[in-house]
Design a binder for this molecule. Structure first.
Ligand code: IPM
Ligand code: MG
Length: 372
């Protein structure tokens, strides 16, 4: 029996292509693993009305970790139109399977390193070494939304807060509500993960990115919790920055920052910004990490425009495989893989279109495999 069982979820579009690239390097590393395939994505929404079938959840429960490619997500109405005819009018509402996976398996920590590898012509600066810790299970992503607003909900809210009155005066179907819910428990957990990472890897600061001057209760609770956690780490400074200002500072002086920590929605936003500073989504890896299980996925989506062309840069996916190897405790393999990726970037011989080259997704993976 193999040492590891890794659930293999390519998903949609270029997800399949970058996963094929990951397989090339994992095989070259001789990772002792089986890779049972799991169904996820748009095809299963259209055919079964569920982009994350229960059989896939069961499969994950019987594996050590999961590697995931990408999925296509579309807004409510568009998604409903693409359902198989027999599934129409059953009130099915599309929701993102990756968000569901994060919640279902309590994968509370979304780890997103954004490091500039020397020689990457797309680096904003070669000195950037950012790591985003994004809370992954709550905030605006809990999926508690109202539209139209039920009367009881409107009545209760108006009773508790007079600011609600001007919304209660409008037709219920002309108002929408998304709840932002943040807890001390999850905030403590994500900030602690950020500080532990900073301590282990020698970062001098952790920056909490919120908006407590306006979102007094939710961001306020998160920042107050972060201050408490920071007391346990005397050698590491906690910097507090508002999300809007942070976007500006990250473009102005990204080298000044190290570990960033935020809630789900703001973390999503700064992840893409940080990714672009080091070459774009083709370089951004991520891990959705829980206490005993983790799902690793590149930050990028399924890029329908490029699907089937084997053109996209697999680096994000290969760095994602590196994160998985680290998490599994295979640190020697993880650093060999990272070094090989860095070498291929520096050598500048085998490059995908985003870097001005014309090599394919799989050719880049093969070159990385040769450098291991
Ligand atoms: C990400 C993505 C997802 C998110 C989408 C696909 C639901 O943008 O992983 O950053 O918003 O979390
Ligand atoms: Mg995102």
């Amino acid at each position: 029996m193999a040492k590891y069982k890794i659930a293999w979820l390519p998903g949609d579009g270029v997800g399949k292509e970058v996963m094929a690239a990951a397989k090339i390097v994992l095989d070259a590393l001789k990772l002792d693993a089986d890779y049972p395939h799991g169904d996820i994505g748009w095809e299963f929404w259209c055919k079964e009305g569920n982009p994350l079938p229960e059989r896939t959840i069961e499969l994950l429960k019987n594996t050590d970790a999961c590697l995931f490619g990408a999925i296509t997500s579309k807004p409510k109405e568009e998604a409903a139109k693409e359902l198989a005819p027999e599934l129409h009018d059953k009130g099915m509402v599309y929701s993102s399977p990756i968000v569901r996976l994060r919640q279902e398996f309590n994968l509370h920590t979304n780890l997103r390193p954004c490091k500039a590898y020397p020689g990457n012509p797309l680096n904003y600066s070669d000195e950037i070494d950012l790591v985003v810790f994004r809370e992954n299970t709550e905030d605006m992503y809990v999926g508690i939304e109202f539209h139209p607003i039920p009367e009881e909900v409107m009545t209760v809210l108006t009773k508790h807060n007079p600011k609600m009155k001007r919304f209660a005066e409008q037709p219920a179907d002309e108002v929408a509500i998304t709840l932002r819910i943040n807890t001390v428990k999850a905030s403590r957990s994500i900030v602690t993960a950020a500080f532990e990472y900073a301590k282990k890897h020698g970062y001098k600061t952790v920056t909490i990115v919120e908006k407590p001057n306006v979102l007094r209760e939710t961001s306020g609770l998160v920042v107050r919790t972060a201050r408490k956690v920071a007391e346990n780490y005397p050698g590491i400074d906690l910097w507090e920055t508002n999300i809007d200002a942070m976007c500006m500072w990250l473009v102005k002086n990204p080298e000044n920052y190290g570990v960033l920590v935020s809630t789900n929605m703001f973390g999503d936003i700064i992840s893409d910004l940080c990714a672009q500073l080091v070459g774009g989504l083709g370089f951004a890896s991520s891990g959705n990490i829980g206490d005993n299980y983790a799902v690793f996925e590149p930050t990028h989506g399924s890029a329908p425009k490029y699907a089937g062309l084997y053109k996209v840069n697999p680096t994000a996916m290969l760095l994602t495989a590196k994160l998985m190897l680290d998490w599994l405790g295979e640190s020697e393999m993880a650093s060999r893989l990272e070094n090989a990726i860095a070498t291929v970037i520096r050598d500048a011989r085998v490059r995908t279109y985003d870097l001005g080259g014309n090599s394919t997704t799989l050719e880049v993976a093969e070159e990385v495999a040769r450098k291991l």
